[in-house]
Design a protein. Structure first.
Length: 304
C-alpha cells in the first residue's frame, strides 16, 4: 500500500506531564537529553525499530539490519511560545506527519517522532508515526508504554543523546517477530476456503456487490489527511463502555454503527443500497508464549 502511495503513515499521540525540574525554559537542554535518552533505550529494546526494508517494490521484500541510526533523521522538536495555540499546532503537525513519506527505505527505519512543548507549561506531546510494514496499531500503544517506562526509569548508565547523535545499533541479529502462522496454527475451514475462492475467481457477471462504494471513488492525489478532534470525558466514556458490554459489542462496533447511521442519512438509497465494514483484529493477544520464539511477548512485542 505504501509503495503504491495509497497508505502512508499511522500515528499515536500521547501527552506527558513533566516534573518541575524539566518544565522550565532553563531546563530545555536537560529535557531534550532526558527524552532522547528514553527514546534511545526504547529503540534498543524493540528490534523492529532498528531495521530497514530491502527491495520494498518487489514481491518478496525483506528486513535489512542496520549498523547505525541517526537520531536527527527520526526525532524532531518544536518549542512553542505562550502566544501560539498549542491545539492548532498539534492538529497541523499530526496531519503533516501522517501525509509525509519515508525516503531511503533501505537505509532508514520507517518511523518518526515529533515532540511538541509549549514554554511555561508542563505538557509534552510525543507523536509517534510509522510506516505500516514495521508496526501495527497495537505497536503504537506498546511504544508509548515503553517510552513512558524509560522516561521514569532511574538509570546509572544514562545515555545522553544530543540532536546530532548517532546510535550504534546491536551487532547481533535482531529478533524480529516471525509470520503469525509460525507462532500458531491457523486452520482454514472448507466453507471459508470455498467462499474465498468464489470471491476471488467468480465470473464478472456475479461480481457486482451492493455494498460497492461507487459513491466514493478512490482519488490517489492529492494525498491529504482530513483530521478532526473531539473529546469524551472519563465519566461519559465509562458509561459508553458499560453500555457496549451490555449489548455484547465494543467501542469499535459502536463507532461502526455511528458511521453507518451518518453515511446512510447523507446518501440516497439507490446510490448506497448496502454498506460493508471491515475491522483489523490484533491476533497476537490470543497467542501463548512459544518455545520456538521465546523472546516473543504478545503484549510487549512491536511488529506487524
Amino acid at each position: 500500500m505504501y509503495v503504491l502511495d495509497q497508505y502512508r503513515g499511522t500515528s499515536v499521540s500521547c501527552r506527558f506531564v513533566l516534573p518541575r525540574s524539566l518544565a522550565s525554559q532553563d531546563s530545555r537542554l536537560k529535557l531534550v537529553n532526558t527524552v532522547q535518552a528514553a527514546i534511545v533505550h526504547t529503540v534498543l529494546q524493540n528490534p523492529v525499530l532498528q531495521v530497514a526494508i530491502f527491495d520494498a517494490n518487489s514481491k518478496r521484500p525483506s528486513w535489512i539490519q542496520l549498523e547505525n541510526l541517526e537520531l536527527t533523521r527520526h526525532v524532531e522538536w518544536q518549542f512553542l511560545n505562550h502566544s501560539v495555540d498549542f491545539e492548532d499546532v498539534s492538529r497541523e503537525t499530526t496531519v503533516s506527519q501522517l501525509d509525509a513519506t519515508y525516503p531511503e527505505l533501505e537505509k532508514r527505519p520507517g518511523w518518526k517522532i515529533f515532540i511538541l512543548h509549549q514554554l511555561g507549561t508542563d505538557i509534552l506531546e510525543v507523536l509517534f508515526t510509522w510506516n505500516h510494514p514495521h508496526c501495527d496499531g497495537m505497536s503504537g500503544k506498546i511504544f508509548t508504554e515503553c517510552l513512558f517506562q524509560n522516561l521514569n526509569a532511574k538509570r546509572n548508565d544514562d545515555i545522553s543523546q544530543d540532536l546530532d547523535s548517532m546510535i550504534r545499533l546491536p551487532e547481533s541479529t535482531p529478533r524480529l517477530p516471525p509470520p503469525i502462522e509460525e507462532l500458531t496454527k491457523l486452520p482454514v475451514e472448507p466453507l471459508f476456503a470455498l467462499k474465498s475462492l468464489w470471491e476471488e475467481y467468480r465470473p464478472q457477471m456475479f461480481s457486482r456487490s451492493l455494498s460497492q462504494a461507487n459513491w466514493a471513488p478512490i482519488r490517489t492525489s492529492p494525498y491529504k489527511t482530513q483530521f478532526r478532534v473531539f473529546t469524551v470525558d472519563n465519566a461519559t466514556l465509562a458509561k459508553v463502555l458499560t453500555a457496549c458490554r451490555e449489548q455484547k459489542t465494543t467501542l469499535t462496533g459502536l463507532l461502526h454503527g455511528l458511521i453507518l447511521v451518518s453515511l446512510a442519512s447523507h446518501l440516497e438509497e439507490n446510490a448506497a443500497p448496502a454498506f460493508e465494514s471491515i475491522t483489523a483484529i490484533d491476533l497476537l493477544r490470543f497467542l501463548s508464549p512459544t518455545t520456538s520464539y521465546p523472546w516473543i511477548q504478545p503484549k510487549r512485542t512491536m511488529g506487524n
